[in-house]
Write a protein that binds this ligand. Structure first.
Ligand code: DC
Length: 223
C-alpha cells in the first residue's frame, strides 16, 4: 500500500511545525522536520571548522556525514555519527548556517534521498521549503503556509524568549527577511509554492483554525 504523505511548505514562523505536529497526532502520522536536517548538516560543518557557505569545503565533507533520524517519546532526534545533536539545532546562529548550507545542491541531494526513503516507508507529514515541489511531487496533500513577515518575526521572537535565548524583534525580523530571500532565490530547489499546493495565510488565524482547515483538506483528498 502507498504510504500517506502530507507536505507542508512555507517560510519560517508561518506555523509549519506546530501544524505538522498537530496533524501527525490527529492522524497517527510521523512528523519529519526537514529543516532540522539542514540544521544538523550545518552543525556538522561548523564542528569540522567548515564555513557552511563554502560549497567546495562542504562538498568535501559530505561523504563523512552520517545522519540518522530517530524518535524518542514521539519527538524527532537527529544523530550525527552516533551523537544526538538535537539540543543544538535551534540555537540562534544555526538558522543562518542552515540556510547557507541548504543552498548547495550536493547537500540537498543527500538529505532529499533520506527524506524520500523515509516517506516511502512511513505514513508521514513533512515540513520544509521544497517538499511539495521537489522532494515529494506526488504527495497526497500539499499545503503552503504563510503569514505576514511582521507576524512571523513576532512568533519567532516569542519562541526565542521561551527557549531562553531572546533576541530583539527588529533583529529577528531583519534576519528572517534575509533568510526568506536566500531560501527563495537559491538556484536549486528554491522555496516556492507548488502549483497544486493549497495556500493558507495564518496571519489572522489561530492554531486550532489552521488545524481544522487542514483537516478539511485531508478529508477532501481522501474522498
Ligand atoms: O524550517 P527551518 O527554519 O528549521 O529550516 C532551516 C533552513 O533550512 C531554512 O532556512 C531553509 C532550509 N530548508 C530547506 O532549504 N529545505 C527544507 N526542506 C527545509 C529547510
Amino acid at each position: 500500500m502507498r504510504s500517506v504523505n502530507i507536505a507542508i511548505d512555507g517560510p519560517s514562523g508561518a506555523g509549519k511545525s506546530t501544524l505538522a505536529r498537530a496533524v501527525a497526532e490527529k492522524y497517527g502520522l510521523i512528523y519529519l522536520d526537514t529543516g532540522a536536517m539542514y540544521r544538523a548538516a550545518a552543525y556538522f560543518a561548523l564542528e569540522n571548522g567548515v564555513d557552511p557557505e563554502d560549497e567546495k569545503a562542504v562538498k568535501a565533507l559530505l561523504p563523512g556525514l552520517d545522519m540518522r533520524i530517530a524518535y524518542k517519546d514521539g519527538v524527532q532526534q537527529i544523530y550525527i555519527s552516533g551523537e544526538n545533536v538535537t539540543p543544538y539545532l535551534r540555537l540562534p546562529h544555526m538558522s543562518k548556517a542552515a540556510s547557507d548550507i541548504s543552498a548547495h545542491p550536493a547537500v540537498r541531494l543527500k538529505l532529499v534521498e533520506i527524506q524520500r526513503e523515509f516517506a516511502a516507508t512511513h505514513n508521514v507529514v513533512l515540513d520544509g521549503r521544497d517538499i511539495g515541489t521537489f522532494v515529494l511531487p506526488d504527495a497526497s496533500c500539499k499545503i503552503y503556509l504563510t503569514a505576514d513577515p511582521e507576524v512571523r518575526a513576532r512568533r519567532r521572537t516569542d519562541e526565542l524568549i521561551e527557549r531562553g535565548t531572546p533576541e530583539p524583534y527588529e533583529k529577528v525580523l531583519e534576519d528572517m527577511k534575509r533568510r526568506d530571500h536566500n531560501d527563495s532565490h537559491r538556484a536549486f530547489a528554491p522555496a516556492v509554492q507548488a502549483k497544486d499546493a493549497v495556500l493558507i495565510d495564518t496571519t489572522h488565524m489561530t492554531v486550532p483554525e489552521v488545524v481544522a482547515r487542514v483537516g478539511e483538506l485531508i478529508k477532501e483528498r481522501e474522498a
